[in-house]
Ligand binder design. Structure first.
Ligand SMILES: Cc1cc2nc3c(=O)[nH]c(=O)nc-3n(C[C@H](O)[C@H](O)[C@H](O)COP(=O)(O)OP(=O)(O)OC[C@H]3O[C@@H](n4cnc5c(N)ncnc54)[C@H](O)[C@@H]3O)c2cc1C
Length: 549
């Protein structure tokens, strides 16, 4: 078992129960790490990185652990960043500077007291800002707000060379907040990783511009691969770091732009009984400047029916659209316009103008959690094709194709997501007693991946690649872009200590290996397993995993 590096003052845990508590994220995998480190401060973090390089040990940065595609678990040392949670300092002009371990929910509460908010709003309010930056996270409001990339002004990051630097937008003034004395002692301007990149990486990336233009998905969102497209546009290394899933460095702080909370919001609920109408209805709502257009498929409605206050019989999809405006009357008229424009294509339309009525409609979107919690122990919600995103015009074809693929694979699915972005979350509802479950899931993944490629989509709209999609990237992007991804990784992390196997696959990587279900799942103590199940059922991902042991 690895031992704590000398001078390390935080917790370094190697008992089986603690390691088991960190063996799962919110996705389908289980990998028991060799140790869990909970650094107290930057010096501890630097000590861990030095130790990992010396010992050839891998490190997996970890926030709340709500990441899905197996990007927050690993065989080496899991590094729990919960102490990097220095509370928000927000500036009058709407800039927030927070520790990477701060939960989105805490930031939202603190910002709301100043009439501000971070525009991207993941449903996983318990996730951390570090995790959001690392996955390029988004949420229902991403239709208008985009993913977090647009809102990040800069990050403080520990590199694989055990150096600390600030990676900012060249267009933004550097840190508004003055570094503390302790930070000034470690922050470096001339990072070895940057020098390596300038010497060996940047020219090749520039030469790859035509391939990037030809092969990158043309979707409204993308959290797959390293964001070479954004880097080539901005020239900011920050764009490679955002969405890099802990493979290029460990983010310790982030500076974010906040926006004013809008004065008024109106919500429209629309029920469609014809999938053919979906692209037109969604495009109309998007064209009317909706802030969010969410979709609940018939599979979702069937699962959540006991928690929905009306009959869902015959409905193909429900859409929920939000219109945010600067006055009540403007929000109301946006909702009425939307209603008038699309009601002819819908079986049922309802408008909500008060907070209470809006809450009632949005409660339908949130009915998934109690429904999933009620599933029997042998039926598990597994995310295998959960994050595909396609051009909005192809959304109907995508949903139809996924339903067909699920039939072929004989796997039940439940679908919901961000229709305005062409982005669907598809969970498999797996019967864990089936002896050929892994083969069924592999078939589902294979068919849905082929469909996404055919529709010029991306396998990940907001969750990242993790271990699940790393082996697919060559098919999605082609070998030349995967070579450039490898170049980015090597210039930042030549010894491959940071989250190996994530984004870039390891040897013989198999997306259906290391599942947390089935006879080949790694054994963990029963008590820890049942508490992990409880978190999964109740969505309590914010629970400190050290407490589970
Ligand atoms: C119920 C539920 C709903 C969800 N809804 C959404 C949603 O609406 N939108 C969305 O985008 N996602 C959603 N997710 C996925 C997940 O919440 C996001 O990916 C989130 O950004 C992960 O944050 P975390 O703090 O939990 O990170 P973790 O799960 O701990 O880590 C995720 C990745 O980030 C890396 N990482 C974490 N912290 C750091 C750091 N400080 N420095 C470097 N790397 C780091 C990890 O190594 C890993 O690769 C949902 C998940 C669940 C379970």
């Amino acid at each position: 078992m690895p031992r704590a590096p000398s001078g390390f003052r935080g917790r370094f845990l190697t008992d089986f129960a603690t390691r088991a508590a960190y063996s799962e994220g919110a996705g389908p995998y289980r990998i028991v790490p060799r140790a869990v480190a909970v650094p107290r401060d930057l010096n501890d973090l630097l000590a861990i990185v030095r130790h990992a390089t010396k010992a050839g040990e891998s490190l997996t940065p970890r926030g709340a652990g709500s990441g899905i595609p197996g990007n927050n678990i690993g065989r080496g040392i899991v590094v729990d960043l919960r102490h990097f949670a220095t509370p928000l300092s927000a500036y009058a002009e709407g800039i927030a500077n927070v520790g990477a371990g701060v939960a989105w929910r805490s930031l939202d509460r603190a910002a709301a007291r100043r009439g501000l908010r971070l525009a991207p709003n993941p449903s996983s309010a318990f996730c951390t800002i570090g995790g959001m930056v690392a996955t390029n996270a988004a949420g229902a409001r991403s239709l208008k707000a985009g993913s977090i990339r647009r809102w990040v002004r800069g990050v403080e990051m520990v590199t694989a060379d055990a150096e600390v630097g600030w990676f900012g937008r060249s267009t933004a003034l550097r840190m508004r907040r003055k570094p503390t004395l302790a930070e000034r002692a470690v922050l470096r301007a001339d990072l070895t990783a940057v020098r390596r990149f300038q010497a060996g990486g940047s020219a090749e990336l520039l030469a790859g511009r035509p391939e990037v233009a030809a092969r990158f998905p043309r979707t409204r969102k993308n959290s797959s691969g390293y964001a070479l497209d954004h880097y080539l546009e901005s020239g900011d290394l920050l764009d490679l770091i955002i969405g890099s899933e802990g493979t290029l460095g460990i983010v310790t702080r982030a500076e974010l732009t906040l926006e004013q909370v809008p004065v008024a919001t109106a919500t429209v609920l629309l029920a469609l009984d014809d999938l053919g109408a979906l692209p037109d209805v969604v495009s109309s709502l998007v064209g009317m400047d909706a802030a969010a257009v969410e979709l609940l498929d018939r599979s979702f409605l069937a699962l959540a029916a006991p928690h929905i206050p009306f009959s869902v019989h015959g409905i193909e999809v429900l859409l929920l659209a939000d219109f945010e405006r600067n006055a009540d009357v403007a929000a109301q008229s946006a909702a009425s316009e939307a209603r008038d424009a699309v009601s002819v294509r819908c079986r049922y339309v309802e408008t909500a103008l008060t907070q209470q009525d809006r809450g009632r409609l949005w409660a339908i979107r949130h009915a998934a959690s109690p429904a999933l919690a009620a599933l029997p122990a042998s039926r598990r919600s597994l995310q295998i094709v959960e994050d595909g995103c396609v051009p909005v015009a192809a959304l109907g074809r995508y949903l139809e194709g996924v339903r067909t693929a699920a039939r072929h694979a004989r796997v039940e699915i439940v679908a919901f997501g961000h229709a305005g972005d062409g982005h669907l979350h598809i969970n498999a509802l797996a019967d864990t007693r089936q002896p050929d479950l892994t083969a069924r899931l592999a078939r589902l993944l294979e068919e849905v991946t082929a469909l996404i490629i055919e529709l010029h989509g991306t396998p990940s709209g907001e969750h990242g690649d993790g271990r699940l999609r790393a082996p697919l990237l060559e098919r999605v992007y082609g070998s030349e872009l995967v070579r450039l991804f490898g170049l980015v990784k090597r210039t930042f992390d030549p010894a491959n200590i940071l989250n190996p196997g994530v984004i870039l696959p390891g040897d013989r990587a198999d997306p259906t290996a290391n599942l947390k279900v089935g006879p080949r799942a790694a054994p963990i103590p029963e008590e820890v397993e049942s508490r992990l199940r409880e978190i999964e059922r109740s969505g309590a991902w914010g629970t400190a995993k050290t407490e589970l042991a």
